[in-house]
Design a protein around this ligand. Structure first.
Ligand SMILES: *[C@@H]1O[C@H](CO)[C@@H](O)[C@H](O)[C@H]1NC(C)=O
Length: 323
């Protein structure tokens, strides 16, 4: 364990322990998405041959991006635990539990959540997830071994657990599967590129980057409405009632329905359009009526300290510093 990692983990644990004993466990904590993802940087990405499974103990607060088998064994009562999983944008996560030894009657639980729950907010939001909220939780204490395998709808998932008796615990096996139509995504990295396609579906998809970034749209094609004098309408929501458009959202939580529009673009673009967003979370969202094949290609990179300072200097009153 590197020193940096230990310090980060220690800070997160401190934050977690600050609200231990609260029944709302983890719903109002200060664990940020960026803080969680920083834990990943130190996780060795392992390439194991097919018949070897990566195994390690699961921590009470954990973050995983690798396939493998993870075992939790309580050394003492652990009441507010959560493990977050993240895969590549075009993958979903399969979680299977085994050897579950918890006492549901005593208040222990083990729940899988289809998405991430952070600082009281959910990703994907209730509006964007295909299933109602109640179906996004699978509670081992309700379903027992009837549902040992749970597959996420997007590249992020998590488990919540509470265990009173020392020596109790469980094992989960995590696998990543290819998702041919990725829709709601949290980026694992601060920089990269992605092409989002919605083929004739009345749905909205969001790509979320939990860092301040510069984002550049390389290509945007929205059905048939082409225009040469494409314009980026800054902070004017709505796009005049268009059914197909791209919105760039900024905010400080993970729930896209609570974020504010930075820009709306309703016309196909060929040239690049770029924007710097100094929010904790930047989201590229494609709104689709189902009449067309919509497609947006973009790339992003983190803002450096100097750029953030400059943006701050320009817009003191903006909701999260956009340039
Ligand atoms: C997609 O988003 C638009 C605009 O925010 C909204 O009017 C529409 O109902 C959403 N569609 C779906 C399927 O959620």
């Amino acid at each position: 364990m590197s020193v940096k990692f230990r310090v980060q983990l220690y800070c997160l644990l401190l934050m977690l322990s600050a609200f231990k004993g609260e029944s709302r466990y983890l719903q109002e904590n200060e664990v940020t998405a960026e803080g969680l993802l920083s834990l990943l940087n130190s996780e060795v990405k392992r390439e194991l041959s097919e018949d070897l499974i990566y195994r390690r103990p699961l921590r009470c607060l954990d973050m995983l991006s690798v396939e493998g088998q993870f075992t939790f064994a309580a050394e003492r009562p652990q009441l507010n635990c959560a493990a977050y999983f993240i895969a590549e944008p075009n993958e979903v996560i399969n979680i299977e539990y085994s050897a579950v030894d918890i006492d549901c009657h005593r208040g222990d639980f083990l729940k899988v959540f289809d998405g991430w729950f952070l600082k009281g907010e959910k990703f994907p939001s209730n509006e964007d997830h295909p299933a109602p909220l109640s179906e996004r939780y699978v509670d081992y204490c309700d379903t027992g071994v009837l549902r040992r395998t749970i597959r996420s709808s997007q590249n992020v998932a998590m488990i919540f657990f509470r265990i009173h008796a020392p020596e109790s615990g469980f094992t989960i096996t995590v696998k990543k599967l290819v998702n041919p139509f990725p829709c709601n995504i949290i980026s694992q990295t601060r920089e990269g590129s992605f092409t989002m396609v919605i083929p004739h579906q009345h749905t909205n998809c969001s790509f979320s980057i939990v860092y301040p970034v510069e984002i550049e749209i390389e290509e945007l094609s929205l059905g048939r409405r082409d225009s040469n004098d494409a314009s980026v309408e800054r902070s004017i929501p709505g796009c005049g009632g268009a059914g197909d458009f791209v919105e760039l959202l900024g905010g400080n939580g993970v729930d896209t329905s609570k974020m504010l529009p930075v820009a709306d673009i309703c016309y196909s673009l060929n040239g690049p359009a770029q924007m710097k967003v100094g929010c904790d979370n930047t989201v590229m969202r494609l709104v689709s009526s189902g009449k067309f094949i919509n497609r947006v290609a973009f790339q992003y990179r983190p803002l450096d300290h100097h750029e953030l300072q400059k943006i701050k200097g320009n817009n003191v009153e903006d909701f999260c510093l956009i340039e």
